[in-house]
Design a protein. Structure first.
Length: 284
């Protein structure tokens, strides 16, 4: 019971911080996800240093992640400035050159993990800015709109909730496992239940914001996020299995670390951007 209370309180504060930062302003949105990216990369670096025999420069790798989030946000906003990528590029150059002087036993491993952290964690979180800014035809200007990036998390939460409720209820009758080698607890029936609830949430969002996307586009976005969110969860599970750890960290009591909370989003966000760029004419 104590663990459940702790998990619930942590979850409430986490959701409030995420939703509040996105709704409050575009600055708070950028600051929040820059912080998440930084903490996620720091956590990733600490884990590979501790369990994979690497010696990644966690401080510089984290700084690169934060710089990337700010750079993408700046270039997606009303006044794009491509010089904002210079701090990110500078940190990457430092990571490459510094290995000449650190004399570590395996510099290739350090490079691999440092750059993997940027691709796996920092880039997807930075890409939320692609969803947050859109051209308003009536206003003839680019404006910040928090609903579309926030909808990604609505879909992920509904997918998780539906999968848990349906899976815990029906998995005894339908025992086919989704991916037993990586995550023995996930079932096909639970995943289907999560997908159905996600479609319901997509229809509700269409009801309130039909001018943003039409119904088929909302439903398609929900399915894309649901499917890739599930893969994102499995990818992080594979990462933890390789390192022999249960949780990525202990930052969020009852929930684990930052990567444990954002694992689904790390694949769902890029997939959503691709979908909206080539399937729905939102970002064109």
């Amino acid at each position: 019971m104590k663990s459940l209370v702790t998990r619930t309180i942590t979850g409430i504060f986490f959701v409030a911080a995420l939703v509040g930062s996105m709704i409050w302003s575009e600055l708070s949105f950028t600051l929040f996800f820059a912080l998440v990216a930084g903490m996620g990369v720091w956590e990733f670096s600490a884990n590979v240093n501790r369990h994979a025999g690497a010696s990644v420069n966690a401080f510089i790798t984290t700084a690169a992640a934060v710089a990337l989030v700010f750079a993408v946000s700046q270039c997606s906003s009303r006044t794009p400035n491509y010089a904002s990528f210079l701090p990110f590029v500078g940190t990457l150059l430092y990571l490459l050159i510094s290995e000449l002087y650190r004399r570590e036993s395996n510099p290739l491993k350090n490079w691999a993990y440092s750059f993997a952290a940027q691709l796996y964690i920092a880039l997807p979180l930075a890409m939320l800015s692609f969803l947050a800014y859109r051209y308003d035809v009536k206003m003839q200007d680019v404006r910040y709109d928090w609903l579309l990036p926030l909808s990604i998390f609505f879909f992920l939460w509904s997918s998780d909730s539906g999968a848990y409720l349906v899976g815990s209820t029906l998995s005894r009758y339908f025992q086919a496992k989704l991916f037993p080698r990586i995550s023995p607890g996930k079932s096909w029936v639970g995943s289907i239940g999560g997908g159905v609830l996600t479609l319901v949430v997509a229809a509700v969002l269409w009801h309130f914001r039909p001018e943003l996307l039409n119904l088929p586009q909302w439903l398609g976005l929900g399915l894309v996020v649901c499917v890739f969110g599930t893969w994102g969860d499995l990818v992080e599970s594979l990462f933890k299995r390789q390192l022999g750890i249960k949780d990525s960290g202990q930052l969020l009591p009852g929930h684990g670390g930052i990567l444990d909370r954002f694992d689904s989003a790390l694949l769902a966000i890029p997939a959503a951007v691709i979908y909206l760029s080539f399937i729905a004419p939102y970002l064109n």
